[in-house]
Write a protein that binds this ligand. Structure first.
Ligand code: FAD
Length: 325
């Protein structure tokens, strides 16, 4: 079947595509392409467009219009559905983010096609695609395929291999001026959550995770101090999230975020299979746990059997000393 693989751009709301787009574009290329990006935004930067090309998008369909921000399904879906009906892409892929989750579901309903949400694998089967996705809160993996194109899927971040950025590659940019329907919803006030000053969990190269061994929400401050010194994001296990110590967006694991940083350091995390499902592809794994039998030591590259409340301040002090040199 002809038709391109479309990658819906997730950006930082300031004109830069998020790093996760390298994974979506990389996967579209691996499945055979041709790879095209579709970017709905109020502001696209030249650097952002260049980056999409460098990752391997041959073309960018650009819908740049002030009415497209902030995201509202009723303003995004009609122009995108119109473009898809005209151009007949083979597939439409997007990363799992809160707005893409909603947008892709609404778009699939409008186009009358299926959506594989939260996909963790995609394979080509002749002209078709087969997606793998978790079901029953991650207890099982199911394989699904589509009755008709476009094959729509959201892709879980940090699962698919990212495309390498290649400086020489550029994308042809096709600027579109679609009619944007009036928004049904008006934003009265937007409040940005106070920044922790630490990197975002799924984008961070260094991640520190605190589990039930942290004993309470007030103790995460020691992890944040360590994170601040080395530039790491701070995540948590489900036990810590369920106890209300950290918001759910910080949960690492099968029913939380999947991460694949250069360094993962777990403090007071036992290493349950569901936690490992979200971090086992980390390049270097360090575990600190009082219990020498804790399962996390089986996959750790470095393990310290000790009380985290003694180890964390020592690490913070030592990193500070080394990095100040
Ligand atoms: C369907 C399903 C989905 C799930 N999804 C997830 C998920 O996405 N993410 C996730 O994390 N879990 C998930 N879980 C839960 C998972 O099974 C575990 O219950 C959870 O990961 C345990 O969290 P923990 O390691 O923080 O706590 P525990 O297993 O209680 O471990 C705490 C650890 O801290 C150590 N400790 C205690 N005090 C100290 C100290 N002072 N210093 C050093 N070490 C100390 C202990 O020795 C222990 O090993 C899921 C479960 C199910 C059934």
């Amino acid at each position: 079947m002809a038709g391109a693989f479309w990658c819906v751009v997730e950006d930082d709301r300031k004109g830069t595509p998020k790093k996760v787009m390298a994974e979506v574009i990389g996967e579209a290329a691996r499945l055979g392409g041709p790879v095209e990006a579709v970017w709905l935004t109020d502001k696209a930067t030249d650097e952002g467009l260049k980056q999409l090309g460098a990752w391997g998008a041959g073309k960018v369909w650009l819908m740049e219009n002030a009415a497209l921000a902030p995201y509202r399904g009723e303003t995004w879906v009609p122009p995108m559905a119109e473009l898809a009906a005209k151009e007949s892409p083979k597939a439409i892929l997007a990363p799992v983010t809160s707005r893409q989750r909603e947008f892709m579901a609404r778009l699939a309903a409008k186009l009358g096609v299926g959506l594989s949400a939260d996909s963790v694998g995609l394979t080509a089967d002749g002209d078709k695609l087969v997606a793998t996705r978790p079901v029953y809160a991650g207890k099982l993996l199911s394989k699904v395929t589509w009755a008709k194109a476009p094959f729509m899927a959201t892709l879980r971040p940090n699962v698919f291999k990212p495309a390498e950025s290649q400086a020489g590659k550029t994308a042809a940019v096709e600027k579109l001026s679609p009619t944007i329907p009036p928004a049904q919803m008006k934003f009265v006030e937007r409040r940005e959550e106070a920044s922790t000053g630490l990197p975002e969990l799924t984008e961070a190269e260094l991640v520190i995770s605190g589990g039930r061994g942290m004993k309470g929400p007030e103790n995460y401050v020691i992890l944040e101090e360590l994170g601040g010194v080395i530039g790491a994001a701070v995540g948590a296990s489900r036990a810590a999230v369920d106890a209300g110590w950290r918001p759910h967006r910080f949960q690492i694991g099968q029913t939380g975020r999947t991460i694949s940083p250069k360094l993962y350091m777990g403090f007071g995390v036992s290493g349950a299979i569901q936690h490992l499902a979200g971090m086992r592809t980390s390049k270097v794994i360090v575990a600190v746990n009082k219990d020498p039998e804790a399962p996390i030591f089986k996959i750790a590259d470095y393990g310290i059997v000790a009380d985290l409340f003694e180890v964390v301040p020592e690490l913070t002090k030592e990193f500070k000393r080394l990095l100040e040199k």
